[in-house]
Design a protein. Structure first.
Length: 95
């Protein structure tokens, strides 16, 4: 019985630590035509709840500047979680 309990606990821990999830959310859209330029900016985080430690800049302005976009058409955010770590990517399209 003890072996079954240990295997069950190990299985649950493995599932929790190796699982991941990703979610893409549209944030904004304008009346500007969708251009060929696509800019991205990325931020990484440790512990998604306070105290939050973040690295990087996943801002709209940063993504637009990286692709030299002056007229933004759409903005999407993709957030991926892996155990206690997360990654947020901002994708901006425009001209």
């Amino acid at each position: 019985m003890k072996k079954v309990k240990n295997l069950l606990v190990c299985g649950i821990l493995a599932t929790v630590t190796l699982s991941s999830c990703s979610l893409t959310v549209p944030v904004a859209a304008t009346s500007n035509p969708i251009g060929k330029k696509v800019g991205t900016s990325t931020a990484f985080g440790i512990l998604s709840f306070p105290p939050f430690v973040g690295l990087g800049n996943a801002g709209i302005q940063k993504a637009a500047e990286d692709a030299k976009i002056t007229k933004i058409s759409t903005v999407d955010y993709t957030t991926s979680w892996f155990f206690l770590f997360n990654r947020r990517i901002c994708t901006v399209t425009g001209e």
